[in-house]
Design a binder for this molecule. Structure first.
Ligand SMILES: CCCNc1ncnc2c1ncn2[C@@H]1O[C@H](/C=C/CNC(=O)c2cc(-c3ccc(F)cc3)cc(O)c2O)[C@H](C)[C@H]1O
Ligand SMILES: [Mg+2]
Length: 214
């Protein structure tokens, strides 16, 4: 049967990227998405904003919601010190299998834990299962109607501390109106918008950075 787009993306990584070289994995995926087949990775333009937020924060404990092919997982993990930990949640087995191989090709499996499952099942188990007290940084890039419920769930589970940074992809396209309204009007967050473009296109999109105030 015909291969899937993520399988063709992984093939492009193996063909064009050097093992153990995260930057070459990122470049191979961006080239594939720009010149062969568009895919919903954060991409190079918004990815640079993600890089600057992570580099400035230097987080020890990171949570990513929605791994997909592992592109943003690699972007974040390559900037973390070896002792830091990135837990990424992906509930589609096919995508999880591809992402594991992309993360391994980049040589970053030592600081990434890919958990195959749904965020609403795993967020409540972060403390007892992974020994996580609170997260320093959370990247939201899963189904857009899940950003708000999962953020409230993380608050209720005590996984956010004073200063935890949430960074949300796609706040314009496809858009997350309920989440934006919440973080921009809640007294518990200091929020700001980073204007950019939808990956590999000229359409507007952007990232919302929200600091939890406790
Ligand atoms: C209920 C389970 C919730 N919990 C969950 N727990 C674990 N994993 C979850 C959960 N919910 C979803 N996932 C996984 O995360 C991934 C989902 C990612 C979703 N991303 C988009 O939809 C998007 C669209 C566009 C776009 C823009 C313009 C267009 F024209 C077309 C497309 C651009 C973008 O940058 C985008 O990120 C993956 C596919 C899916 O299996
Ligand atoms: Mg996205």
């Amino acid at each position: 049967t015909r291969s899937t787009r993520p399988q063709r993306l992984l093939k492009a990584v193996r063909k064009h990227a050097a093992r153990g070289d995260p930057q070459s994995v990122i470049s191979a995926i961006d080239h594939f998405c720009r010149h062969s087949e568009w895919a919903m990775n954060i991409g190079d333009e918004k990815g640079s904003i993600l890089d600057s937020v992570v580099s400035e924060l230097n987080p020890e404990k990171v949570l990513e919601l929605g791994t997909y092919c592992g592109y943003s997982t690699v972007r974040i993990a390559r900037l973390l010190p070896p002792g830091a930990r990135l837990i990424t949640l992906e509930f589609n087995a096919g995508y999880a299998a591809i992402a594991r191989q992309v993360i391994a090709w980049a040589g970053l499996e030592d600081r990434v834990q890919l958990v195959e499952g749904a965020s609403e099942d795993w967020i409540p188990r972060m403390k007892e299962h992974f020994g996580i007290e609170t997260f320093d940084f959370v990247f939201l890039d899963h189904w857009k109607d899940r950003y708000l419920p999962d953020t409230k769930l993380m608050e209720d589970c005590g996984l956010l501390r004073k200063g935890t940074v949430l960074l949300a992809d796609n706040v314009i396209c496809p858009g997350v109106p309920d989440y934006l309204q919440y973080v921009r009007n809640s007294l518990s967050y200091k929020s700001c918008y980073f204007k950019s473009h939808l990956e590999y296109t000229k359409a507007e999109d952007g990232l919302e950075k929200s600091v939890f105030l406790g």
